[in-house]
Design a binder for this molecule. Structure first.
Ligand code: SAM
Ligand code: SF4
Ligand code: SF4
Length: 315
């Protein structure tokens, strides 16, 4: 079958898959999961063969990018095997989103599997703030892993969720950090998804407020991006690329090209859709039906909020 067949009734071409390998995490970011988070039973995870069958079918239908995520994907015991198996499918672009804390164990695998891009979440450069946000103490290891990833030639983007009164005062420090490390930094608006809804009213900051602050210190030149990109970018006069994922103030649903597959095999048309459809245990023909169903339920505009939890659907 020719590629590019997953075009919905609004003309959006689905070509990117976010694949969650686990909902578990060694962090407890306040905007993502509660300290007493409940996780799915690991016996419900799909195995590598099942992920690959699905991805192979989706590649035939035009999916050309798989981003591995979670929860924290590096906690999945079979991480290396799964990535190696996916890489063998020859997907044009394979990338990873991680909190960065365990990356040093996986650089060899990621190189071997031609993972080009690694997005590393980093909300702060201060250990007490990292602890306050995520209950994690390993800031130095994350910073070291960012440096190593750059030295090894990975394209690294830092993802920072900006929260008013928590880490927004570090805006310039984070940009200067990105400049020193020669990486792109992206500032994410806080989304009112699942557990984070309790933070949203007090801590949401629109991207434009950050842009206005940055303009006081830098000249920002817009950078052209792909039509279906989640972020828009500027380059500063000192050469840093700064992106904004303004999911709330400037939603990008009209050009969305993404589906999500959870660790236990539920396919979601949208991050903000409450219901996914399980592919587990289905025949290939049955899965083809599900792909058409999911294409049909992709919303043109997202709902304002959603109950399910970010770590379970895959960020
Ligand atoms: N554990 C990995 C990590 O943190 O990078 C991958 C999964 S995490 C769910 C993916 C991304 O979603 C992270 O960059 C995280 O900061 C972001 N995220 C989680 N909850 C969010 C929320 N409520 N609003 C905005 N971004 C969120
Ligand atoms: Fe874990 Fe990522 Fe969620 Fe933080 S954002 S709790 S690192 S899954
Ligand atoms: Fe795509 Fe849904 Fe996100 Fe909108 S909310 S950009 S439709 S995944």
């Amino acid at each position: 079958m020719a590629g590019g067949e997953l075009v919905d009734r609004y003309g959006r071409n689905i070509r990117k898959l976010r694949l969650s390998l686990t909902d578990q995490c060694n962090f407890r970011c306040r905007y993502c999961m509660p300290t007493d988070a409940e996780f799915m039973d690991q016996k419900h995870y799909l195995d590598s063969q099942a992920y690959c069958e699905i991805i192979g079918e989706l590649m035939d239908l035009g999916i050309d990018e798989v981003r591995i995520t979670g929860g924290e994907p590096l906690l999945r015991k079979e991480f290396s095997t799964i990535v190696q198996d996916i890489a063998k499918l020859g997907i044009p672009k394979l990338s990873l989103t991680t909190n960065g804390s365990l990356l040093h164990h996986y650089f060899d695998t990621l190189k071997e599997c031609h993972v080009q891009q690694i997005n590393i979440s980093l909300d702060t450069l201060r250990s007490p703030v990292l602890q306050a946000i995520s209950y994690h103490r390993g800031l130095a290891q994350i910073v070291q892993n960012i440096q190593t990833a750059v030295q090894l030639g990975f394209a690294v983007k830092i993802n920072t969720v900006v929260m008013s009164g928590i880490n927004d005062a570090e805006l310039f420090d984070l940009v200067e950090f990105a400049k020193a490390q020669q990486v792109t930094i992206r500032f994410l608006e806080l989304m009112p998804i699942g557990y984070s809804r309790h933070l949203y009213a007090r801590h949401f900051m629109p991207a434009q407020t950050l842009i206005d602050r940055l303009k006081a210190q830098y000249n920002l030149t817009p950078v052209l991006t792909e039509k279906d990109a989640t972020a828009f970018y500027f380059r500063t006069n000192c050469g840093v690329q700064i992106g904004f994922i303004a999911s709330e103030s400037q939603p990008f649903c009209t050009n969305c090209s993404r589906w999500r597959l959870t660790a236990d095999g539920k396919l979601f048309a949208c991050l903000f859709e409450e219901l996914g459809i399980s592919l587990k245990g289905l025949t290939s023909a049955q899965r083809q039906n599900v792909y058409q169903q999911v294409l049909g339920i992709k919303p043109y505009r997202r709902s304002p909020t959603v109950n399910h939890l970010m770590y379970s659907i895959g960020g």
